[in-house]
Ligand binder design. Structure first.
Ligand SMILES: [Zn+2]
Length: 237
């Protein structure tokens, strides 16, 4: 089998045997792949730099019996500064985990670009990493076809943008007026508007997202509850 060249970002690493590491990588060419990096935990390994979480680079792989092995690698960007704070690391790890959950082995340029931009902003931006994480999740929901309704009641169609009391239903896919769904969780108009804008902004503007603390806390709960409902997974640790 000839070697294949793949561009990718390492989402997760798992130590294997004495010195090997298995890399779960989101690639431009083949979507999500698992690659064995033999000997990469040895101090002088040629793969040591590439075989760590969040690294973006190019891999040359060979395929044996359906399994990919790393033969050479080039690091384009290590995103090393993500490790400078616990909050940055946690947000980046949740982003990588969500990517791994939704990705399959088909190329997905939009998902790759979203991941790349989110990691760049967490690494080099000066906004709160949680804001980038929430913006990533909002965009991921939209990308995967789960953009919720946020400006009118999903049941009766009433415009909710001027309402004070709004409800949100995961099962119904968005905002619900007080009359139609008083049993659902409450949501503030300002948080729903921030959610809507985060889904729509350009990737280059992710670094400008700065949520007021109350909105950040509200969306951290609302967006994750909704994402976990539609994606059927738990990201939060
Ligand atoms: Zn209604």
């Amino acid at each position: 089998m000839p070697n294949d060249v793949l561009n990718g970002i390492v989402l997760r690493t798992t130590d294997y045997r004495e010195s090997d590491r298995i890399l779960n990588v989101l690639t431009k060419e083949r979507g999500l792949v698992a690659v064995t990096a033999r000997g990469s935990r040895k101090p002088n390994s040629k793969h040591a730099a590439f075989a760590s979480q969040f690294t973006y680079g190019e891999m040359e792989v060979n395929e044996r019996m359906g399994k990919l092995q790393l033969s050479s690698s080039t690091v384009f960007e290590s995103f090393y500064s993500i490790r400078e704070s616990y909050e940055q690391l946690l947000s980046a790890a949740r982003i990588a985990s969500a990517c791994e959950h939704v990705a399959d082995n088909n190329p997905n340029d939009a998902l790759f670009l979203l991941l790349y931009h989110a990691l760049s902003v967490i690494s080099y931006g000066d906004n709160d990493p949680k804001d980038t994480e929430l913006c990533f999740m909002a965009k991921l929901l939209k990308l995967e076809g789960f953009a919720p309704t946020l400006t009118y009641c999903v049941r009766c169609g009433q415009d909710l943008r001027k309402e004070k009391e709004i409800r949100f239903s995961n099962a119904m896919g968005g905002s619900v007026c007080e009359r139609c769904g008083s049993a659902f969780v409450t949501a503030s108009a300002v948080a729903l508007e921030a959610f809507r804008r985060m889904m729509l902004i350009d990737l280059a503007d992710m670094r400008k997202v700065r949520l007021p603390e109350a909105v950040r806390n509200e969306l951290d709960s609302l967006i994750y509850n909704y994402a976990e409902y539609v994606f059927e997974f738990t990201v939060r640790k």
